[in-house]
Design a protein around this ligand. Structure first.
Ligand code: COA
Length: 261
């Protein structure tokens, strides 16, 4: 049976290459939709179209996304950590941990003192920003206790297939390998699940611990941006590191062969 999706006086279809087309009443011919238009029309691309020789099209499994179909940030696990979406129940923990002056001092976007309402506002943007493919922000929690100990997030630029990674870990948990363990899993997520090509990260030059995390993640130091940022009235040098998808795979293979001897 031929099924077409009729929504708001339009008919949509999707072809074998997952390209979508619309047939609008006010502009009655099949026009190809860009990925952005497809997303704006909330079309779920889990179907395909059979195009017969005589031009008839058969549309299968094309439907409009409902709220419940929206992609949601997954929960990831590592040996000691669970990386999961933040919820509003985490607000007091975020405010307490990120409220430490030493966290704000080497971060770009964390205010100090940390005002009421900022954590709520930040967390409440996460769902929509993930759906819009703009960001993926994980709460870093301990697998044994469930306690929130930090955050790791990707700022995604889909048009360039790249993301910037940013992170912080509560001071009580520093130097136990947590930022590195979380970062490695987020890189895997970026390259394997989000299919990005490049992840970069920046740190203040006076923050070598973060540079060390980037090195341990197999990132390459690409350079220094001198006096690039003004933080609390002081001009700061920034160091930039990055890793490409091909390098992450190699690193992974290296790690596997090392562990299997
Ligand atoms: C940077 C930060 C995330 C590191 O978290 P962490 O969980 O302690 O990181 P890890 O334990 O995985 O690795 C830290 C590494 O830095 C090293 N390190 C710590 N202090 C250092 C210093 N002053 N100089 C050089 N290396 C240092 C540690 O020895 C460790 O390396 P090692 O495993 O080779 O011994 C944490 O300090 C933090 O949240 N800082 C404030 C916010 C911030 O700076 N975020 C990053 C913004 S770019």
């Amino acid at each position: 049976m031929t099924r077409k999706l009729k929504v708001d006086r339009a008919i949509y279809l999707v072809d074998d290459n997952l390209r979508t087309y619309a047939f609008l009443k006010r502009n009655p011919h099949w026009s190809r939709l860009s990925p952005r238009q497809t997303q704006a029309n909330k079309l779920q691309l889990d179907g395909y179209t059979r195009i017969f020789r005589d031009g008839r099209r058969q549309v299968l499994h094309l439907h409009r996304r409902s709220e419940s179909d929206r992609p949601s940030l997954p929960t990831l696990t590592t040996a000691r950590l669970v990386l999961r979406p933040f919820t509003l129940a985490d607000v007091p923990d975020v405010q307490r941990l990120a409220g430490d002056r030493e966290i704000a001092s080497t971060s770009l976007h964390i205010p100090h003192p940390y005002p009421d309402g900022v954590a709520e506002q930040w967390i409440s943007t996460h769902k929509d920003r993930f759906v819009r493919d703009e960001a993926a922000v994980f709460a870093v929690t301990r697998a044994d206790t469930g306690e929130v100990i930090g955050a790791n997030g990707l700022e995604i630029r889909r048009d360039h297939a790249r993301a910037e990674m940013g992170y912080w870990i509560g001071k009580a948990f520093w130097n136990q390998g947590c930022a590195t363990e979380a970062g490695r899993e987020v890189l895997r997520f970026a390259f394997e699940d989000l299919q990005l090509e490049r992840v970069f990260a920046e740190h203040f030059k006076r923050n070598p611990a973060s540079g060390r995390v980037m090195q341990k993640l197999g990132m390459t130091r690409e350079g220094e941006l001198r006096r690039h940022i003004k933080k609390w009235g002081v001009r700061e040098d920034i160091v930039i590191y990055a890793i490409l998808r091909s390098e992450f795979s190699h690193q992974d293979e290296g790690a596997r062969s090392a562990s299997t001897g």
